[in-house]
Write a new protein. Structure first.
Length: 192
């Protein structure tokens, strides 16, 4: 199965497209209240349940961007939340070093933390690019991440490898320690 490198860029992080709990409260207030009530009642019976409960809802609501890949049927193989050094950003975007926007692009990528991930699945490189949408957000179809969440090409929320070959290079660069070994129990329900 194919693997791709996906990165939520600093604007995606700052705009809360990753963070789970605030979205639950702003978009599904009734469900959030119900969850809180259940959590409170269980906490009365057993205080340690409150902590387990908060942890459980944060796992259930794993964020808009991440859940698009997960719902599609792809498997998370690695994820880290990190700040990037300038030289590292230059290395990641080395293919674009001759472009006039290169310096600006590098400054933007190091302007705040990013979420770096590896996703695995059938045709995940190409399909991942389709989920992300066109580079220029005004050309990205509604329903894609950039189509739904971005306006400017220089603030387009997310990166995805553009070929299997580049995916391998990017995964090696960002996750030199290797990936998680696991197989989802849903696998036979998603893949033939
Ligand atoms: P993609 O991220 O869709 O693979 P790319 O590899 O051509 O696109 O460019 C990398 C990033 O560089 C892109 O996501 C946003 C930025 N970028 C591309 N074209 C740009 C432009 N004309 N002005 C400013 N930033 C640009
Ligand atoms: Mg690219």
């Amino acid at each position: 199965m194919e693997q791709t490198f996906i990165m939520i860029k600093p604007d995606g992080v700052q705009r809360g497209l990753v963070s789970p709990i605030p979205r639950l409260y702003t978009e599904q207030p009734l469900r959030a209240c119900l969850n809180l009530a259940i959590g409170f009642c269980s906490g009365l019976l057993e205080p340690s349940l409150i902590i387990g409960f908060v942890f459980a809802i944060s796992l259930l609501q794993i964020g808009d961007i991440i859940s698009r890949f997960e719902k599609k049927g792809y498997y998370l193989k690695a994820m880290k939340f990190m700040n990037v050094e300038k030289s590292f950003a230059q290395q990641h975007y080395a293919d674009l070093s001759a472009q006039p926007f290169f310096a600006k692009l590098v400054d933007y990528i190091i302007s705040g933390p990013v979420v770096a991930m590896v996703w695995e699945g059938k045709d995940v490189v190409l399909t991942g690019r389709r989920i992300i949408g066109a580079t220029r957000p005004w050309e990205a179809a509604p329903g894609t991440i950039r189509g739904d969440h971005a306006v400017e090409v220089s603030r387009n929320v997310i990166h995805g490898s553009d070929s299997v070959e580049n995916g391998k290079k990017e995964i090696a660069l960002w996750f030199p320690g290797g990936l998680a070994e696991w197989k989802s129990n849903l696998h036979p329900w998603i893949y033939e």
